[in-house]
Design a protein around this ligand. Structure first.
Ligand code: FES
Length: 317
């Protein structure tokens, strides 16, 4: 955690000057904020006087400056020491010696990334294939529809591992149902990125007899939209094609955008990218989840879980 890039929040969390977001991971804490010039900066959440946390862990909101709650030393949003009570008693302290040290911060796809290591390499190098693979998903044009956070009674690594495979689906999600395993492809891209894709609406390769396209469509439709008339799969089309068209139309209406360029895989499939050490990003249209697990500061048998749904911003904003 002290040496890796990790997403702290979305740019949406800090849209205006003075907006801040405290990101905590284990015993580490950072303040991410928007300055008057619109720049995003990140600081260690620790006072330069005696290390008191400048902002409450887990807090966010608006703050025109950073004032320590202990003795009142105060910094501007740019990290400049602007107020030092009884300054005559601190002849060694001045703007140069006691600026707030900045942490490396950068953005990608609407996420704000920070690194507690001042000597960190560029975020771009760390992300590897992600910018290229996400070029068509436009995550930077999404908004946070839901952000849920929970403290879970589980170790963060054990939790994260469960989301790196689809091997558990048959027992955990399908109650042991025969041939319910999804067909899944796993890929490893360099040091920090892995991916799994499992196709929605295609039969398990082990299934016997092989279901018809109409049976597959009915399975898809019943699962997502109850009590609707299910269309017939036209000759030459697959259940996936028909259902992907439905999803594109449904999203076009809801988000007032054209999704005709989105491929069937992008519209339907469970596509998950994992960015070491703890970020899970599902860029697909119908399952636009992002989540992460963070170690608890005191108890290794607990972790913090964040789940976000990132939906396309309607054109009117
Ligand atoms: Fe922050 Fe003293 S500890 S002002």
């Amino acid at each position: 955690w002290p040496r890796v890039w990790q997403w702290a929040c979305r740019e949406d969390h800090i849209p205006e000057a003075g907006d801040y977001y405290v990101y905590d991971v284990g015993h580490l804490s950072a303040i991410v904020l928007r300055t008057e010039s619109g720049e995003i900066k990140a600081y260690y959440n620790a006072c330069m006087h005696r290390g008191t946390q400048l902002k409450e862990p887990g807090s966010c909101g608006y703050s025109p400056e950073l004032k320590c709650p202990f003795h009142g030393w105060t910094w501007s949003l740019d990290g400049e020491l602007t107020e030092l009570p009884q300054a005559w008693d601190f002849p060694h302290a001045n703007e140069d010696s006691h600026r707030l040290p900045e942490m490396p911060v950068d953005t990608w796809a609407g996420f704000v990334f920070i690194n507690f290591d001042q000597n960190a390499g560029p975020l771009e190098d760390y992300l590897g294939v992600l910018p290229d693979h996400f070029a068509d998903f436009n995550l930077e044009d999404r908004y946070v529809e839901i952000h849920m956070q929970k403290r879970l009674p589980a170790n963060w690594k054990a939790s994260a591992e469960a989301f790196l495979e689809a091997y558990h689906v048959k027992e955990t999600h399908a109650g042991g149902r025969q041939w319910s395993e999804p067909a899944t492809q796993y890929d490893v891209f360099g040091d920090n990125v892995t991916r799994f894709i499992h196709t929605v609406g295609s039969p398990c390769p082990l299934a016997e007899p092989v279901p018809s396209e109409q049976e597959l469509l009915e399975a898809l439709w019943q699962r997502r939209v109850e009590d609707e008339v299910i269309p017939t799969v036209p000759e030459g089309m697959t259940a996936r094609d028909v259902y992907a068209d439905f999803i594109r139309d449904q999203f076009a209406e809801k988000y007032e955008q054209d999704f005709s360029h989105i491929s069937t895989a992008q519209a339907l499939d469970s596509i998950e990218y994992f960015l070491f050490p703890n970020a899970f990003i599902f860029p697909g249209l119908s399952l636009p989840m992002v989540y992460r697990f963070r170690p608890d500061p005191v108890d290794p048998d607990f972790c913090t879980f964040d789940l976000l749904f990132l939906r396309p911003k309607p054109l009117d904003g």
